[in-house]
Design a protein. Structure first.
Length: 116
């Protein structure tokens, strides 16, 4: 089923009727310290994200600051259907094994944010 709407209220109503409430996003800001090691992490983590229903929306593309300071870090946004799915991914044994590849390759922050 494909439904389109142009208003926020219409979009919310369609999601409510279909039982799809709010998406949940992991927003990652990462300073890359070791590009080769980080590249291995990226390859490994992709399938783990997908197994938990995640979908990359932003993955290190070109950044253009509109306001404020930009530190040059890599930006990543991963969409999940729910906070529960995002948390299941983050706390999983699969991700725990994969994130060891990231150690020493990057540092930064990861935030969970509810969508509309």
């Amino acid at each position: 089923m494909h439904l389109t709407t142009t208003s926020w209220a219409g979009s919310f109503f369609v999601r409510y009727i279909l039982g799809v409430f709010m998406a949940y996003y992991l927003i990652i800001d990462a300073e890359i310290l070791d590009h080769d090691k980080y590249a291995r992490y990226v390859v490994a983590v992709t399938s783990v994200v997908e197994r938990f229903g995640g979908r990359y929306l932003v993955r290190g593309g070109e950044v253009e600051p509109f306001a404020g300071d930009y530190d040059g870090n890599r930006q990543v946004v991963i969409e999940f259907e729910s906070k529960h799915q995002a948390r299941a991914f983050w706390d999983s044994s699969e991700y725990a094994a994969t994130k060891t590849l990231r150690e020493g390759a990057s540092r930064g922050s990861a935030l969970g944010v509810e969508g509309v």
